[in-house]
Ligand binder design. Structure first.
Ligand code: FAD
Ligand code: NAI
Length: 462
């Protein structure tokens, strides 16, 4: 049996990136994956398939809403749902096979099967026990459903079922106005479903900048989504092909009922460490099941590390990837590091939503004096031409030093624009640094510059 420097358990963005970086740094590496294909939640049932469906349905929306305005006449496309799902599967296949290719290229052994850790220094896969100097747990997360709600992945579904429904529902009820609920809600709304989102809190997308939350909800409402906020779901009754959702409004305790063809439960995710044998090993976990780690991703047991969705922090693919690289560098004797203050978050609806750093609400709570520079996309020539004038860019900077503390955006391509601010923040830049950087015209990125100008003497186009 081969003996390894590192065995990574799980091949999601945390695990596969970690394995590749370990191999690049000269460590003999294997990665255990129980799924049929590599890439984890993200490539198989998460980021990639959801973005494929968002892309396809956005194109549909454009042809229906905007083509005629530009003189593009002719029959409007109809949806072939099976073909759209086949496109999505093809995109998944290309990506997961890509990871397989990268594993071969970097001489990483894929140990196929579900892994467990009988003791530090050993990983068991099937009947075989492999020796290794270090173990990295990268086993990710799973949907955390509501107590008493049975998921059949047909009528009552998690995001996994929502990515391959048998048919497009007429009525979709989404429980939870978080990232999954709004992305998948957008997909089905564009496909013609009547989408009702039931959310426990009084606002959508908890933790996000309040001004973005309000604008985002207004735009989604205009696109046809209905929101029931401050509502505690009491139960979901699955009938043969339909379901009933009962909820109580928190303000007056009144009880209500909604009919649906499909119910998407999107109330968050929880760490997945089932079957690893952590308890017997003495690897400490939090009350919520997250593996406890120190600043270098080491668990409470020497030689065992953990990264990604199964540890603390935002459950995001790029956060898992960065930790994967960081722990690989640490194991290779380098200084692995992740700057948790500059991790962007993006929602891939249309318009997109993106944020990094502190929100205004957090800065107020911290008692920090700040200034906010804001620029509306209506003042951006490119956005106006492309029917994308909804939304804004807001940059928050220290009142005295002008150092950028955060940025919050809703509008076209902001999921890409946010990275300009991320780089600036990594370099400790001031808003003026962005404002004095020449931006090509006409681009959406000019809105970022204008928001930075708004932190100083003022934007030009508003
Ligand atoms: P995972 O990707 O969950 O991978 C863990 C892997 O470990 C799995 O393949 C699992 O089979 C395997 N595994 C578990 N236990 C064992 C074991 N004992 N032995 C062998 N293998 C094991 N994030 C973004 O940043 N952007 C997005 O656009 C985005 N979209 C999403 C859309 C949806 C619908 C969902 C559900 C999630 C989305 N996410 C997105 C979140 C993202 O998918 C996760 O943050 C990311 O996948 C976490 O990576 P990970 O490596 O920690 O774990
Ligand atoms: P989430 O945490 O984003 O949202 C869950 C929502 O459900 C919250 O608004 C919460 O208040 C609400 N909720 C919880 N219990 C409820 C109840 N009983 N009744 C009504 N509402 C209730 O979780 P979500 O959307 O399931 O996503 C899980 C994870 O996947 C997130 O951490 C997210 O980061 C990640 N993800 C990231 C994406 C991206 O980066 N674009 C896309 C999709 C998922």
């Amino acid at each position: 049996m081969a003996s390894y420097d590192v065995i990574v358990i799980g091949s999601g963005p945390g695990g596969y990136v970690c394995a590749i970086r370990c191999a690049q740094l000269g460590l003999k590496t294997a990665c255990v994956e129980g799924r049929e294909t590599l890439g984890g939640t993200c490539l198989n049932v998460g980021c990639i398939p959801s973005k494929a469906l968002l892309h396809a349905t956005h194109q549909l929306h454009e042809t229906h809403e905007n083509f005629e305005k530009m003189g593009l006449m002719g029959a409007k496309p109809k949806v072939d749902w099976e073909k759209m799902l086949a496109y999505k599967s093809d995109v998944i296949g290309q990506n997961t096979k890509g990871i397989e290719f990268l594993f071969k290229k970097n001489k990483i052994d894929w140990l196929k099967g579900w892994g467990s850790i009988p003791e530090a220094g050993k990983v068991k896969v099937g009947d075989e026990v492999h020796d290794t100097k270090n173990i990295v747990i990268a086993t990710g997360s799973e949907s955390s459903t509501l107590p008493g709600v049975d998921i059949d992945e047909k009528t009552v579904v998690t995001s996994t079922g929502a990515l391959e429904l048998g048919k497009i529902p007429k009525k979709l009820v989404v429980i939870g106005a978080g990232v999954i609920g709004l992305e998948m809600g957008s997909v089905y709304s564009r496909l013609g479903a009547e989408v009702t989102v039931v959310e426990f809190l009084d606002h959508i997308t908890p933790g996000m900048d309040a001004e973005v939350q309000k604008t985002f909800q207004r735009i989604l409402k205009k696109q046809g989504m209905t929101f029931i906020l401050g509502a505690a779901v009491q139960g979901v009754e699955a009938l043969k092909t339909k379901a009933k959702v009962t909820y109580k409004l928190r303000k007056d305790d009144s009880e209500h009922m909604l009919d649906a063809d499909t119910v998407l439960v999107a109330t968050g995710r929880r760490p997945y460490t089932h079957g690893l044998g952590l308890e017997a090993l003495g690897v400490e976990v939090t009350e919520r099941g997250m593996v406890k780690t120190d600043a270098h991703w080491k668990t409470s047991v020497d030689g065992i590390y953990a990264i990604g969705d199964c540890i603390a922090g935002p459950m995001l693919a790029h956060k898992a990837e960065d930790e994967g690289m960081g722990v690989a560098e640490t194991l290779a004797g380098q200084q692995g590091h992740v700057n948790y203050d500059v991790i962007p978050g993006v929602i891939y609806t249309h318009p997109e939503v993106a944020s990094v750093g502190k929100t205004e609400e957090q800065l107020k709570d911290d008692g920090r004096a700040y200034k906010a520079g804001k620029f509306m996309f209506m003042g951006n020539g490119r956005a106006k031409a492309n029917f994308a004038g909804d939304g804004f860019v807001k940059i928050l900077a220290d009142a005295e030093t002008d150092r950028i503390l955060g940025a919050h955006m809703i509008g076209p391509m902001v999921g890409d624009l946010i990275h300009e601010v991320c780089v600036a923040m990594e370099f400790g830049a001031a808003a003026e640094d962005l404002a004095r950087t020449c931006h090509a015209h006409p681009t959406y990125s000019e809105a970022v510059r204008e928001a930075a100008l708004a932190c100083g003497d003022g934007p030009i186009h508003s």
